[in-house]
Design a protein around this ligand. Structure first.
Ligand SMILES: [Zn+2]
Length: 335
């Protein structure tokens, strides 16, 4: 290196430049072969995994931890999760405390410095998403509220799906600069298909704008806002707090008063109480999946929203049909 500045012979300089060029070529080849080996991505949920696959294509390997039919607040830790995390180059989390009950210990036990919070390989997808229900007063975690940092179920709105995909694009391009163009092209294609799907979803829901619903957990605020639904109450008195008799009585009265005909329930909640509330209030229970993998045909991010919006539109349509009886034999989930 010293020679670069001190050598006076033009021949020596040319030789040096040649060898530098060779070195640069070797490095480029090494990088290119390095990027051919897929980057290992672990996502905490199947929704984030689906979005990572959209952007990463065949240049990444993506695995999810929580299954779509599990409550993402309460996932039972398994040794296999630690093995996944040990290999990961990038960990994508929902954030806003959704995984705070089970993920931190797993990440720590993986001893993988690449994916510790604050490291380059730790992506909190909530940081660039639109978050609703951010508490303004005292933090309610002490009361057992599991949404103390704002509502973590934000991925159920296509605008946030797009924001998550953008954050993933940025992370992938930084980790694997050689594939940045490939990732960018995949993002643009995803964005185009998402805009197309949004027009389809808006058309499905257009006749049902303003429909009042009750949901079991506060899993659907972004979804409801985007598709024009009005959530008038919850089976849980607070997120993560089990229903109480007093709250249930109030809820039934409110549902009767506002003529709510639909109760949305996530697949991992017991249906007995929602069904009893439905019978009392004259509403039907509809199980929708808040995550990819939570219903058999919700196999990716697009199909998740397709599944939910078609099921919801059909259920609302039936409640409006002449001669509808909420407790009639055509009803879902009758036992
Ligand atoms: Zn929640």
């Amino acid at each position: 290196m010293k020679c670069w500045f001190s050598c006076s012979s033009p021949l020596a300089r040319t030789e040096l430049m040649r060898s530098r060029h060779l070195l640069a070529t070797v490095i480029a080849v090494l990088f290119a072969s390095g990027s051919a080996a897929a980057m290992d991505i672990v996502a905490t949920t199947e929704d984030l995994a689906s979005l990572a696959r959209e952007i990463g294509g065949d240049r990444v390997a993506v695995e999810a931890i929580a299954r779509g039919y599990q409550d993402p607040h309460f996932v039972e830790p398994k040794p296999s999760f630690i093995l996944k995390l040990m290999r990961a180059d990038l960990l994508i989390v929902v954030g806003r405390d959704l995984e705070s009950g089970w993920l931190p210990a797993l990440v720590q036990q993986s001893r993988n410095a690449r994916i510790q919070p604050g490291a380059r390989g730790y992506l909190d997808a909530s940081l660039t998403a639109r978050i609703l229900e951010i508490p303004t007063g005292t933090i309610t975690r002490a009361m057992g509220d599991v949404h103390a940092l704002g509502n973590p179920h934000y991925w159920l709105e296509p605008g946030n799906g797009r924001r998550i995909a953008q954050a993933i694009l940025k992370a992938l391009a930084e980790h694997q600069p050689g594939d940045a163009e490939y990732f960018n092209a995949r993002y643009l294609d995803f964005d185009r298909r998402l805009s197309e799907a949004e027009r389809r979803w808006d058309a499905i829901m257009a006749p049902y704008k303003g429909t009042k619903i009750v949901t079991y957990h506060r899993s659907w605020p972004n979804f409801a806002e985007r598709f024009g639904l009005v959530v008038v109450g919850y089976v849980e008195p607070r997120p993560g707090i089990p229903p109480s008799p007093a709250h249930t009585v109030e809820l039934i009265q409110e549902m009767r008063r506002q003529e709510v005909k639909i109760i949305l329930v996530d697949p991992y909640f017991d249906l007995r109480l929602p069904e009893a509330i439905g019978r009392q209030a004259g509403a039907r229970v509809l199980v929708l999946s808040p995550s990819v993998g939570g219903a058999s045909d919700a196999t990716d991010y697009f199909k998740l929203l397709d599944h939910n919006l078609l099921a919801l539109a059909s259920a609302i349509g039936q409640t409006r049909a002449p001669g509808h009886h909420p407790e009639g034999p055509g009803d879902h989930h009758h036992k």
